[in-house]
Unconditional design. Structure first.
Length: 234
């Protein structure tokens, strides 16, 4: 029924992927569709709104849409403001890639600012615009961050394709954004923590990070996770 499928798969496996080093976050057109790839050293951040099903089931469609849109729009603005390049939207999840010097600092500051929006701004907007804000479920989220090498390729076919990041960093960051904790919303790895400036490690002499209960084995490698509930207003 699909005569081109076997030919396409055979062509993919028979050919070599032409990998070149990426000096910036690639755009779609920077990566050849036919067996091309960009190798980058980057920080990946995933921001994910929690409980979308609960929000949709407990509110009108219009109210739920406003909550989700507020989260996605605000996250996108903050990530872009801190130098992150948005490369994926998946429902209420946003993925950004940071490259260059201080990429971990900028990613963590963006995460803290998104946390500020969730903790302070969105709830206040709900109180301002609705006479019954108590019917809204608590707005919560998770942000996961990891750094490392990733190979970016284009998956799909002509006119129907997108960039795909392959590597531990995007995989771990995505998993960390799924963590749900009553006191922590931001989760980073040792790799990220070790690269952070002092201002993103402590506040008034007290560490803002603690070892989280969630630890992962990725490709046989143990990943220690640090969590925080800190926020940074913009």
């Amino acid at each position: 029924m699909y005569p081109s499928v076997e030919t396409s798969i055979d062509k993919i496996f028979a050919g070599d992927i032409a990998v070149t080093k990426g000096l910036k976050v690639p755009e779609t057109d920077d990566v050849p569709l036919e067996n091309g790839g960009k190798l980058i050293d980057a920080t990946y951040l995933y921001a994910d709104l929690a409980g979308s099903g609960r929000i949709a089931n407990s509110l009108t469609k219009e109210a739920a849409a406003k909550v989700i849109k507020s989260y996605v729009n605000t996250s996108t603005r903050i990530l872009r403001h801190n130098g992150g390049e948005i490369r994926s939207f998946d429902g209420d999840r946003v993925m950004a890639i940071f490259m260059g010097l201080d990429k971990e600092d900028r990613a963590v500051r963006a995460a803290m600012s998104i946390n500020w929006a969730v903790e302070k701004v969105i709830p206040e907007a709900i109180k301002k615009h609705y006479t019954d804000p108590e019917v809204f479920p608590p707005i919560a989220h998770g942000v996961g961050i990891d750094s490392g090498e990733a190979l970016i390729i284009r998956g799909g076919i002509r006119n129907n394709n997108d960039l795909i990041s392959i590597g531990a960093a995007p995989n771990v960051a995505a998993k960390l954004s799924d963590i749900r904790s009553p006191s922590k919303a931001l989760f980073i790895t040792d790799t990220v923590k070790e690269a952070l400036s002092e201002e993103f490690l402590a506040f008034e002499g007290q560490s803002i990070w603690s070892v989280a209960d969630w630890n992962y084995d990725v490709g046989g490698n143990h990943v220690r996770v640090w969590g925080s509930g800190a926020w940074w207003s913009v």
